[in-house]
Design a protein around this ligand. Sequence first.
Ligand code: ADP
Ligand code: ASP
Ligand code: MG
Length: 406
Amino acid sequence: MSLIVQKYGGTSVANIEKIENVARRVIHTKEAGNGVVVVLSAMAGETDKLIALAQSASSEPDEREYDALISTGEQVTITLLAMVLNRMGYRARSFLGFQVKVLTDQAFKKARILDVDTEAIKKELEKGTIVVVAGFQGVDGENNITTLGRGGSDTSAVALAAALRADVCDIYTDVDGVYTTDPNICPQARRLDRISYDEMLEMARTGAKVLQPRSVELAKKYDVPVYVKSSFSDEGGTLVTKEDKDMEKEVVSGVTYDRDQAKITVVHVPDKPGIAARLFTPLAEHNIVVDMIIQNASIEGFTDLTFTVSRKEAKEARVLIEAVATEIGAGKIEVDDNVAKVSIIGVGMVSHSGVAAKMFSALSREGINILMISTSEIKISCVIQAKYTELAVMVLHEVFGLSQKR
Ligand code: ADP
Ligand code: ASP
Ligand code: MG
């Protein structure tokens, strides 16, 4: 008997008909002789509604209460699926994060899973029960409910698959696999049959929201094969797995974009040792991830420092930076959240030159100004004005030959 973890995203459980569709898929897998653990998201749009509600209660809601509220969408879907499965004649039982227990750290809104207790789930699986677990949520060491960051149900699913040593983790969503770029903004996007953990990780980190980055990290670490599939069709699918010699080492295999970006510039920063540490330490202490950083050439002992953070955290970052800026005698702070990041990803980049030049030329031909650049071994990212996002994605997809069949 195989053990299969299946995760269904928000659009796949958006109403009772869709939940019934999920139930039929789950039953099909169960009837084929497998143990099944299902991980669900909230109904599409529900988490957004809960976040808006929290913000209507307070402009700065207490983070503990915030997580306890925004995790409730998943409680609705798991219980409904268990009820539907029961009605269809199958034993099913829902579990919230704390009932499992999915132990996390205390970083509310973006908690990391520390441990998954598999005992309760295993007991149910032994009885032949279909286990239905709430994604996106966990519990910290002091019994506070935590959430894992937007898109966190993917991570719940992979963490459960790893802890239970499941044979595969199927991620069911509204597209039938991982594409060369977001198929919803680029009709020329092509589905990939397979993609390596490393490329998928870089795509996820740079904005391809089909998988939460942390889920790919865990899949790689614990060697969990992840299959991205459509909830609505049996065609297609993409296997995320270890790189092997049969995988073509494309120079560029994907293009991503991320609109959740804000650019913060601190003007007239004294150019002295220790200043960057002073500026960035408070951000780190508040768990704010800084992505790109640029420091301009120093003129008469002063420099400008620009960095990017998530748009959602720009306000908090500004407040923290303002406090340090005053202490160190820096000038004003400018925040621009009309920016986006476009990236190209490919393991073949390591052994090819001229990839960056080709990217910059393609953007410049369209009159798109590059505001910031960052590179890694298998990725080049550019921050541009947000209004050019789609155009940049289309152009890069075309110029790197992704529109044609491999
Ligand atoms: P779910 O609610 O099922 O978790 P998400 O909205 O989080 O679904 O992720 C699926 C979406 O990811 C797709 O609808 C698609 O717009 C987007 N996406 C972005 N980049 C890619 C890509 N390279 N391949 C497939 N989907 C992508
Ligand atoms: N419901 C959560 C969200 O909207 C988690 C998820 O869908 O993965 O972010
Ligand atoms: Mg998702």
